[in-house]
Structure formats: structure tokens, C-alpha cells
Design a protein around this ligand. Structure first.
Ligand code: ADP
Ligand code: MG
Length: 253
């Protein structure tokens, strides 16, 4: 089968004919998916469908066996390592927290803003007006303005997830990848997270993997259903929910 070698000019991310086998098991199977510039996409699918592996491939953590992975129309991500891909403007939020627990919310954001500079230097140095403004804006986006002086360790589970999203935003990614952000959150936190991602999507592209259908509905974006490493269905949540192929997979028939 011939595969498209290039996405549309309006694509930010373009995967075509991607395959990845782990010890003989095909985790990603001829996967083709594209994301338009400025789009937010929800990716759903049963456990083991390859959702996290797809993100690993986009971020360079995993190299595909075959296939194309392009950022913009001609940046080949398969030739780049993880730090270079992050540098290019692709930020990824993992499920396990990576906040500095013994620092305040404010200092966590400041450290994220400083990137690789030493924490000693960063926390000791005078903050510039621009840094302070940027941190204020981040606090508002992640709903933690009132919690700026709390230690990260003392935040709720949901607030920690938001802080991490804020730390990623500090790096100014063009594309944000979030894997199961609302797992373990309360209903109220889940709802806030949908609002938060919609706010973020006003200026950045987002791919969000999530099982929680109430949350996916609240996002109100195009949905891609992955199954056995390929796209099973794509469309609005109502469209994919009514697709017999999707119903079969979810009911396990
Ligand atoms: P999902 O995120 O959709 O639940 P994953 O992408 O995590 O699914 O996993 C897809 C399949 O690939 C699973 O069967 C998983 O066990 C396998 N897999 C993922 N990463 C690795 C790895 N590094 N080594 C071996 N198998 C892996
Ligand atoms: Mg996963």
C-alpha cells in the first residue's frame, strides 16, 4: 500500500503508515493520523490500543520501525531525539507527577520558566518583570492564582496535574500532548480541566488521551478512536459513539 509522504499545509502533525513492534507484538499498526494547526484532538480507545505509544513516537521516546512522523510540513521527528523534539515546541505531560514537592507553586513555575538553569541560581536571582508577568498569566490559566504560595506537596491531586500543565506551558510549546489528565480527579476538577484545556487550545494545539467520556464530551472536539494500533473511527463524539465498529470494540464482541 502506498502511503502519503506529506501532510496538508494546514497540518501541524502528520503520521503516516507508522508501525512499531515490541517483541513480536504490533503495538502500532499502519497508523495514520493528522492534526491541523491550532486543533485540539481527543484520542480514546481501549487499554493497550497504542495511545501512549503513539505519544512516545511523537515525542521521540520510542522510534517507529517504519512510517512517517512530521511536525509542520517537513520536520521529520523520527530523525530527532527527545530533547530536540521538546526544543522544537512539543510538550508532553506524563501521568506521573514531576513537580518539585518542597517548593511553592510560584517557584515551580519559575523553575520551569528557567528551563535548564540551576535551581540555586534561579530561585536566588532577582525576578524580572517579564518573568513575574508570565507566571501570573500561567497561574490564571491553571486556576492556581490563589494557591501560589502553597507547597506543591500540599496541593490536591487535580491541582498538581494543573501545576504540571503550567510547567509545560512555561516552555511555550506549540503542541501539548496530555495522557489521561483527569485520572483520579474529582468531578469538579475534571470539569475545570476541560475548561483549562480549551483555554490553552486558544493559542496552542493539543492532543489529549482520555477514557473519561464526560470529560471528552466537555472538550467538544474531534475524536480519534484507536484500536490495536490503528485508527478505528474518527469524528465527533456522537459520530464515533454511533459507529458499529466502535460499539463492537467497546462491548468486546
Ligand atoms: P494505551 O496507552 O492505549 O493503553 P500503550 O500504548 O501503552 O496502550 O500500549 C500498547 C501495547 O504496547 C500494549 O500491549 C503494551 O503492553 C505494549 N507496549 C507499550 N510500550 C511497550 C514497551 N516499551 N515495551 C514492550 N511493550 C510495550
Ligand atoms: Mg496509555
Amino acid at each position: 500500500m502506498s502511503e502519503a509522504v506529506r501532510g496538508a499545509d494546514s497540518d501541524l502533525l502528520f503520521l503516516s503508515g507508522v508501525n512499531k513492534t515490541f517483541d513480536g507484538f504490533k503495538a502500532i499498526n499502519n497508523l495514520s493520523i493528522s492534526l491541523a494547526k491550532g486543533e485540539m484532538r481527543a484520542v480514546i480507545g481501549p487499554n493497550g490500543a497504542g495511545k501512549s505509544t503513539m505519544m512516545d513516537i511523537i515525542t521521540g521516546k520510542t522510534k517507529p520501525d517504519t512510517g512517517r512522523v512530521l511536525f509542520g510540513t517537513d520536520t521529520d521527528l523520527t530523525r530527532m531525539d527527545e530533547p530536540s523534539i521538546a526544543q522544537l515546541g512539543i510538550g508532553r505531560k506524563f501521568q506521573k507527577p514531576t513537580t518539585f514537592e518542597s517548593h511553592t507553586v510560584w517557584n515551580n513555575l519559575l523553575l520551569a520558566l528557567a528551563g535548564n538553569r540551576s535551581p540555586w541560581f534561579t530561585l536566588g536571582a532577582r525576578k524580572t518583570r517579564a518573568e513575574a508577568d508570565k507566571i501570573e498569566a500561567l497561574l490564571a490559566t491553571i486556576r492556581l492564582t490563589e494557591h501560589r504560595d502553597r507547597l506543591a506537596a500540599n496541593l490536591s491531586h487535580g491541582q498538581k496535574q494543573w501545576l504540571e500543565i503550567g510547567m509545560l506551558l512555561a516552555q511555550d510549546p506549540q503542541l501539548l500532548l496530555v495522557d489521561e489528565p483527569v485520572a483520579g480527579m474529582t468531578d469538579a476538577e475534571t470539569e475545570q480541566t476541560a475548561h483549562l484545556l480549551r483555554d490553552i487550545n486558544r493559542t496552542r494545539s493539543v492532543v489529549v488521551v482520555e477514557h473519561d467520556m464526560t470529560f471528552v464530551r466537555a472538550l467538544g472536539v474531534k475524536v480519534t478512536v484507536l484500536h490495536e494500533g490503528s485508527v478505528l473511527s474518527e469524528g465527533s463524539l456522537d459520530q464515533v459513539s454511533a459507529d458499529p465498529k466502535v460499539i463492537d470494540v467497546y462491548l468486546g464482541r
